[in-house]
Design a protein around this ligand. Structure first.
Ligand SMILES: [Zn+2]
Length: 287
């Protein structure tokens, strides 16, 4: 977890419950910059030759670098992780064996007779259309001033179980119930998938179809050995600190990860980050 959780978001709440994090650890996430999507061994921070550009990990805060003109700290973020490993029973899918078989067989390259990505049924087509998929094959049946709605201005609302659209009425855009669009038949979708004339199903479509099939067969469920594909090795979460240093003389930047920050080290860590903030301000201070 890299950002303070949104307690109205069910995924954030579920992640939070699984993490078993202390409140002081969560508080540190509030100090993060808004962009927290890079880190050691991610994107281009993967160089592994041990040079000045290679990311490094420090076991504890005690090993941190002194800040000077050869070690300029230019960015950071705290994050929380609970050590875990991939569940061997479900290969990390988090599904029971019956549901997993449905997902695995979607593309099934080994046994083509089990492959069903080009053999979906009408219930699965309906699930796809309701999730806003299959735009190319779906026709709106509601038109305003003979202008047909586009896929971006009508959608299926799960809460009310109705099709809703933004419709222009007397010059004003209003949200009203609209007719359900004309779904393609399963045969049309399967031809679209198998002939390669369209883009075909992506990972989101696969997920929707597999889940729908597993639910309709009454087998959908989670793996009983893990939590969302992971087996936790640690009781609690650990607070980690990702930093990004520049070494101007070597023309290098590198990720430096501190594997564990303890509660009694927080004030020292904050002082250190404030020192970096001051250095960053000073470098541009004469402008
Ligand atoms: Zn599992």
């Amino acid at each position: 977890m890299r950002s303070y959780p949104n307690l109205n978001d069910k995924y954030d709440v579920s992640e939070l419950e699984n993490l078993n994090a202390h409140p002081w650890q969560l508080e540190m996430l509030k100090k993060n910059p808004s962009y927290v999507y890079w880190g050691n061994h991610e994107d281009c921070m993967s160089d592994d030759n041990g040079g000045w550009r290679s990311p490094i990990s420090l076991k504890s805060w005690k090993d941190h670098f002194k800040l000077d003109e050869l070690n300029e700290l230019v960015n950071f973020y705290f994050f929380i992780r609970r050590d875990s490993h991939q569940c061997p029973h479900c290969d990390g899918d988090g599904l029971n064996p019956e549901s997993k078989a449905i997902f695995d067989n979607w593309y099934s390259f080994e046994d083509r007779s089990k492959r069903w990505c080009d053999k979906i049924n009408d219930a699965e087509v309906e699930a796809l259309v309701k999730a806003g998929r299959l735009h190319d094959l779906t026709k709106p049946t509601f038109a305003v001033n003979s202008k047909k709605l586009s896929t971006t201005n009508y959608w299926f609302d799960e809460e009310t179980n109705k099709w809703i659209g933004w419709v222009e009425i007397n010059g004003k855009s209003r949200k009203v119930q609209v007719h359900k669009p004309e779904y393609p038949t399963a045969a049309q979708v399967n031809a679209w998938e198998s002939t390669g004339r369209g883009f075909g199903h992506d990972a989101i479509n696969r997920n929707i179809c597999c889940r729908t099939r597993a639910i309709n067969q009454g087998v959908y469920g989670e793996c009983k050995h893990c939590v969302e594909g992971r087996i936790y090795d640690a009781e609690n979460a650990t607070l980690k600190l990702q930093m990004w240093f520049l070494h101007p003389r070597k023309g290098a930047s590198r990720g430096v990860l501190v594997e564990e920050i303890l509660e009694n080290e927080i004030s020292d860590v904050i002082s250190y980050l404030k020192e970096a903030k001051k250095r960053n301000n000073q470098r541009f201070g004469k402008l």
